[in-house]
Ligand binder design. Structure first.
Ligand SMILES: [Zn+2]
Length: 371
């Protein structure tokens, strides 16, 4: 029996519609179709790129197409201090002798690598893309956060404790300050280690995030911090670093996650910091600068600075650089103008025409973009 072309065509359409409709439940699920419990909490409101669901032929559109959200995961760079020191480019040749400390029968590189791998595991389990970086950071490296992992050592076995800080000055001073604070709070809570207040100039001038260097450092728009986990030369610190390495890793990972949530959160708009912002001040082929600035002795200098207070919840302001009485106690997170630095202290302008001095380690200078 022959059917008319028209009838055949109609039956075929109906059959196709039935087939497509029966296949619908197997279509790739969108985030919206998943129970909320399937989606990590920190990702639930996060969307970077939206794209329309594939269009269905009108006659099989038995469900309303929903927008599919493609999520951009957070991206974090973890640097293993001193790792692959034998692969330095000519521009970093000054670091050849910088092989790190040791203690308790282990090298710092060994400890840094162990803890960094644990941190990466914790972050990746939460959906974060992690780059593990050696001493040589790719020029202009970009991520939502950059954290360098180191451990301390001393000729004496007495010094102990951890310390976390960031660069002297920054295009992203607010984010740097937040990263330091959240890492510090979470690291202290996870490890119960004491805090060593003696943040060094080498930490502030750390080559891998120093904005004045032309290359082999992160983009100036990447929030960055350096973690000195504790002293390998102190028995009490070693007990935590060696025997509770997971606590150490949890402290850093929690700090990073808290920072990502706080400073990126569910924002979908364009940000002025983090992954993907090109740093035009990078010159990959520039030669090594004549000297590492951070190794020079502190001196008096004048400027026109916006100084962000960071670190402790309240910061002491002194009548003199390094001495005198406390003239004010200010909360972290606010900017003050400064025009004079004397050694390890900045003089800041206070309301009412007064002035006072704050320690360099409670200050990060906001750079004027493009300078
Ligand atoms: Zn180190």
């Amino acid at each position: 029996m022959l059917m008319s072309t028209r009838l055949r065509s109609l039956l075929f359409s109906l059959f196709t519609a039935f087939l497509l409709a029966s296949m619908l439940p197997q279509a790739a699920p969108s985030w919206a179709a998943l129970p909320a419990s399937y989606i990590p909490a920190f990702l639930q409101n996060r969307q970077a790129v939206s794209q329309a669901a594939p269009a269905l032929p009108a006659h099989v559109a038995t469900v309303t197409p929903t927008a599919v959200t493609a999520l951009r995961p957070y991206r974090v760079g973890l640097q293993v201090g001193h790792y692959k020191n034998d692969e330095l480019p000519q521009q970093l040749s000054r670091l050849l002798g910088s092989v790190g400390t040791s203690g308790g029968g282990r090298t710092e590189i060994d400890l840094n690598l162990d803890v960094t791998n644990r941190i990466a595991l914790l972050l990746r389990a939460q959906g974060v893309l992690v780059d593990i970086l050696p001493t040589t950071v790719p020029s202009g490296y970009s991520a939502d956060a950059f954290v360098a992992i180191h451990a301390d050592g001393n000729a004496s076995s007495a010094p102990r404790g951890f310390k976390i800080s960031t660069r002297w000055e920054s295009e992203v001073a607010v984010q740097d300050g937040n990263l330091v604070q959240l890492l510090t709070d979470n690291y202290r809570a996870a490890t119960s280690l004491p805090e060593d207040a003696n943040v060094t100039r080498d930490m502030r001038g750390y080559y891998a995030y120093s904005p004045w260097r032309p290359n082999y450092r992160t983009s100036n728009y990447v929030p960055g911090a350096i973690v000195e986990m504790g002293y390998m030369t102190n028995a009490s610190d070693r007990t935590v670093l060696f025997k509770s390495a997971n606590k150490v890793a949890v402290g850093v990972a929690n700090g990073i996650m808290a920072f990502l949530k706080q400073d990126y959160g569910s924002s979908v708009g364009v940000r002025s910091y983090g992954y993907g912002i090109e740093d035009t001040s990078i010159n990959p082929s520039a030669p090594e600068p004549p000297a590492f600035k951070h190794s020079s002795a502190p001196k008096s200098s004048t400027g026109d600075w916006q100084a962000l207070l960071m670190g402790n919840a309240t910061i002491n302001v002194y009548s003199d650089p390094g001495s005198g009485t406390v003239v004010a106690r200010l909360p972290r997170g606010s900017f003050y103008h400064s025009s004079l630095r004397n050694g390890d202290y900045y003089r800041i302008d206070l309301p009412g025409g007064k002035q006072g001095w704050v320690s360099r380690n409670a200050v990060i200078i906001q750079m004027k973009t493009g300078q």
